[in-house]
Design a protein around this ligand. Structure first.
Ligand code: COA
Length: 396
């Protein structure tokens, strides 16, 4: 009876299930705090690397030089070990979907692999999958590099410039943690049962795969391509092909309206928590601007197209949902940034996992310390069959 009286929160909105020191999402003001640091100060202009944010989330403070080097070396060791494992993970990397491959490959790690080993392995498996999908041999990790530079090198088969590595760091730091998002919650639920770290990470990868969570950026790029092509531009083929640019007036609006009329959602727009523009969109937008300044041309054109589509989508969604702000989320500019970095769109969700694993591992540790089984209630709305031992007409 108690469960019948409780309010139903099918999306668990407003339900607080944990105290955390890791991150805070302020949806009203559009602020993300990562262990005390504003994301806009930490990522990008702040110059934090993936290793820095691992130190921050795993150790509680930004690492000094010696500690940063220790974290870098441990993650590099994780990449080397995972690469050595490639021949022993069966057909995990033959999966057509990069997240299916990642989930299967990570399941081969020792159940209590430490965070640095998991982080190194996810980058290595994701990159190896991309190479295999492109019909190329996997590229062995370079133990001297930091994760961002080596991930780009392993995934593309070509060394990254410092500017590219820096902007991948911007991305990885920006997405490293984000409150009680679905994949983090999945990891915490598994951990709360007393299960192992790899089971929790595998569950998190499964949650991240969905299009409402980490599966959105690939479709965002498809949308930009479709609008660019419909406008007669040469957007299809990605930044490398030189596509994009501001579409002719009205073409983005028409495309967005047609999607909405067909009952489809606009990927990269809307958020469960943010009622203003996702602050991470601004961080990534600046990263693309910096890249466009160093590499020029196509990247700037794609950014102009993305901005025009964002404006059109925002206006259309405002007209449809005047009381529910639906603004650009992190995935919108993730698509443009990862494309500008030369990563294939099929690898975008797995690249999200490369960054978010920092948060997952920290939450697994925090949940273990909390030590309480997460077990919500449900409201039964099925019927009740009469018990077989009840005589017809009921009990006398
Ligand atoms: N495009 C079109 N309509 C959208 C929308 C979008 N991107 N996001 C939300 N809406 C609409 C819903 O259809 C719903 O309309 P209704 O009340 O007429 O049914 C209304 O806005 C409220 O949406 P709701 O599903 O309650 O919001 P949510 O908090 O559950 O959803 C997201 C949040 C992120 C799942 C949702 O905004 C979405 O699907 N976005 C696109 C996928 C995406 O970019 N995911 C990455 C998130 S970081």
């Amino acid at each position: 009876m108690k469960d019948m009286a409780a309010p139903l929160a099918s999306g668990l909105e407003g339900v607080v299930v944990a105290e955390t020191r890791l991150s805070e999402v302020d949806g009203e003001r559009g602020r993300l705090t990562l262990a005390g640091h504003d994301v806009e100060e930490l990522a990008g202009d702040g110059g934090a690397t993936f290793e820095d944010v691992c130190g921050l989330l795993w150790g509680g403070a930004l690492p000094g030089a010696a500690e940063r080097e220790a974290i870098r070396a441990a993650i590099a060791e994780g990449r080397a070990r995972a690469f050595a494992l490639l021949g022993r993970i069966g057909d995990a990397l033959t999966a057509r979907d990069g997240m299916d491959a990642l989930r299967a490959a990570v399941a081969h790690l020792g159940s209590e692999a430490p965070p640095a080993a998991i982080a190194g392995a996810i980058a290595t498996f994701a990159a190896a999958w991309a190479r295999r999908a492109a019909g190329e041999a996997p590229v062995a990790p370079d133990p001297a590099l930091r994760l961002s530079a080596d991930y780009l090198r392993m995934a593309r088969g070509a060394a990254a410039s410092e500017a590219e590595a820096r902007e991948l760091d911007t991305y990885l730091v920006t997405v490293s943690d984000h409150g009680m998002n679905a994949s983090t919650f999945a990891a915490r639920v598994v951990t709360s049962t007393g299960s192992d770290a790899i089971s929790a990470v595998v569950a998190a990868i499964g949650a991240l795969k969905g299009p409402l969570h980490g599966g959105a950026p690939g479709p965002v790029l498809d949308m930009l391509d479709a609008i660019g092509a419909a406008a007669g531009g040469a957007a299809a083929g990605g930044a490398a092909a030189g596509g994009g640019g501001e579409p002719p007036a009205g073409s983005a609006e028409r495309w967005v309206q047609a999607e909405l009329a067909a009952g489809r959602r606009i990927m990269g727009m809307g958020h469960r928590i943010y009622r203003v523009r996702d602050p991470r969109a601004a961080v990534l937008e600046r990263a693309i601007e910096r890249l466009a300044r160093t590499a020029g041309g196509a990247r700037g054109a794609r950014l102009a197209l993305a901005r025009a589509v964002e404006r059109a989508a925002e206006a259309a969604l405002r007209a449809r949902h005047p009381d529910r702000p639906l603004r650009a989320n992190v995935e919108f500019y993730t698509a443009v940034l990862l494309d500008a970095l030369g990563l294939p769109r099929s690898l975008f969700s797995a690249t999200f996992a490369v960054g978010r694993v920092a948060g997952w591992c920290a939450h697994i540790d925090e949940q273990r310390r909390a030590g309480r089984l997460i077990r919500p209630s449900s409201r039964y709305i099925g019927g009740v069959r009469p018990r077989v031992d009840t005589p017809p007409g009921g009990l006398i």
